[in-house]
Design a protein around this ligand. Structure first.
Ligand code: AMP
Length: 221
């Protein structure tokens, strides 16, 4: 399987090939067609498997080929929301969105706590297509009315197990109440506890399920 065979837009393929990747990783080869087809996805994958590109590439493709939406202020509405447990991961994911989306006309933003809200509010005012955020700060903005999630079409929960370990389940549930019911949802987790299963059962509709093991590790039997 090559990246050319994944039917990605030329502008996305160009950015991927510039990274020096020649072959999709197993999670990319399986997830990209499923996400492009509009399916919900349950991804059992750790860091190091290429999971970030596995959701970012089809996300960019879908947003770049579907009509832009505007919000009440007349600027680009948030169409994709990616939630991560930590600010470091949020920053890394948004960096990937920028890297793979460099030849597309989409805007992205990373949002996390521990820094002032002013600059974040200013960015939101100018319009954001793809928002990468940690749950707490996301809810701060939603509570203040500076963030509108009513037009989200694609929701991604990255490292969902870590979000639950960090006690974010209530925040996640609050965010779920702010996004439309009708949307595509992708959930990635390295482990599957009962709590994760309960979350996924309530959230994902007929998901395509993909399980991969990291490179250079042996499967435990
Ligand atoms: P991730 O699992 O998303 O954190 O990605 C792990 C690392 O693999 C990152 O440094 C990526 O740049 C790299 N990577 C992602 N996809 C590929 C690929 N298809 N070929 C080679 N490296 C990749």
């Amino acid at each position: 399987m090559t990246f050319e065979e994944l039917n990605l837009a030329p502008a996305i393929l160009k950015a991927v090939l510039e990274q020096g990747y020649d072959t999709p990783t197993p999670i990319q080869a399986q997830a990209i067609p499923a996400v492009l087809a509009g399916s919900d996805l349950l991804g059992g994958a750790q860091t190091g498997t290429g999971k970030t590109a596995a959701f970012t590439l089809p996300l960019l493709q879908r947003l770049s080929t579907e009509p832009r939406l505007t919000n009440r202020r007349g600027v680009n509405a948030v169409r994709a929301l990616i939630m991560t447990p930590t600010r470091e991961l949020a920053a890394q994911v948004e960096e990937s969105v920028r890297t793979y989306g460099k030849y597309l006309d989409l805007t992205s933003m990373v949002m996390f706590g521990g820094v002032g809200m002013g600059a974040q509010i200013e960015k939101l005012r100018r319009g954001v297509d793809i928002l990468v955020a940690t749950p707490g700060r996301l809810l701060d903005h939603a509570g203040q009315g500076t963030l509108d999630l009513s037009q989200v079409q694609i929701l991604i929960l990255d490292e969902a197990d870590r979000m639950l370990d960090m006690g974010f389940i209530h925040d996640i549930k609050k965010v779920l109440a702010l996004v439309p019911k009708q949307k595509q949802t992708l959930l990635f987790s390295a482990t599957f506890s009962d709590e994760i299963r309960e979350l996924t059962n309530g959230l994902l509709r007929n998901p395509v399920s993909i399980q991969v093991t990291p490179r250079n590790t042996t499967v435990q039997r």
